[in-house]
Design a protein around this ligand. Structure first.
Ligand SMILES: NC(=O)c1ccc[n+]([C@@H]2O[C@H](COP(=O)([O-])OP(=O)(O)OC[C@H]3O[C@@H](n4cnc5c(N)ncnc54)[C@H](OP(=O)(O)O)[C@@H]3O)[C@@H](O)[C@H]2O)c1
Length: 239
């Protein structure tokens, strides 16, 4: 069945890969973006907004609903990812990570649930991070925001059943981080239990599984080559 899917942060990297995979599977897709222009030939509805503005998540969900003729899947993929640790933590950075990575997805889910009406059903998927299982000292605000977002999955799954299913996908290393040296992604991948970085299409396969399995809710799928099985200090060679 063709789904109507909204992907936040869907104009580049993982969000774009998810959008392409969902379009290739015959679904109708809206990608939300803040600044990045998606490829002109993507074939998706494009919606714009800064999710740090608390009015934007509901507005984007409403626009996706209107432009797609309904909404059945919400993918909360957009995220802020900036390094900090307890020694450098400041209130502005902490609040910004919570606004983008926790508050915005929750407000989007709230709007999605409201838009479903009495009889509608849907699925919301939060893209989190395998770091939630072995948090290192760096990326403190980011990791805490993702731990909270993952923590919301079971709470919301219980609260919103049977109309809305809630799940999370926790990817491992998929793309280079800013400033990463060429080849570093492959090196890190070789240190993982499964000796490989994660391919974007494998995260898309997890999303497809969640879409196609209506008895699953409240679950987090780790797609991480086993990274969460090991302390990050072992993989990175530092904390
Ligand atoms: N990359 C990895 O290896 C990896 C590993 C584990 C988990 N993840 C998770 O997977 C997801 C995608 O990762 P990625 O590396 O593809 O992300 P990315 O390249 O950093 O892109 C993040 C997206 O979020 C959007 N965004 C950020 N702040 C926003 C805001 N305030 N309002 C609206 N949009 C905002 C950006 O929009 P603009 O470009 O328009 O600014 C961008 O499209 C994230 O949730 C990330 O935590 C990624």
């Amino acid at each position: 069945m063709a789904e109507r899917i909204l992907i936040t942060g869907g104009a580049r990297r993982l969000g774009l890969a998810l959008a392409r995979a969902m379009l290739a599977a015959g679904h109708r897709v809206a990608v939300h973006t803040r600044m990045t222009r998606p490829p002109a030939d993507l074939g998706a509805v494009v919606l714009q907004g800064d999710l740090d503005d608390p009015s934007v998540p509901a507005r984007v969900v409403g626009e996706a609903h209107a432009r797609l003729g309904g909404l059945s899947v919400l993918v909360n993929n957009a995220a802020r990812f900036e390094p900090d640790r307890i020694g450098t933590l400041d209130a502005a950075s902490f609040d910004a990570h919570m606004a983008t990575n926790l508050r915005a997805p929750l407000l989007a889910i709230q709007a999605f649930a409201a838009a479903l009406g009495e009889d509608g059903t849907g699925l919301a998927v939060n893209i989190v991070d395998q770091k939630i299982r072995h948090p290192g000292a760096g990326y403190l605000s980011y990791t805490l925001s993702k731990i909270a977002l993952e923590g919301a999955v079971r709470t919301l799954a219980a609260a919103l059943a049977p109309r809305l299913r809630i799940a999370a996908i926790a990817p491992g290393i998929v793309y280079e981080s800013t400033g990463m040296k060429p080849g570093r992604l492959e090196t890190l991948g070789e240190r993982l239990p499964l000796r490989r970085a994660v391919r974007p299409e494998e995260v898309a396969a997890a999303l497809t599984y969640l879409i196609e399995t209506p008895s699953v809710t409240g679950e987090t799928l780790f797609v991480d080559s086993g990274e969460a099985l090991r302390a990050r200090s072992v993989i990175l060679g530092a904390s």
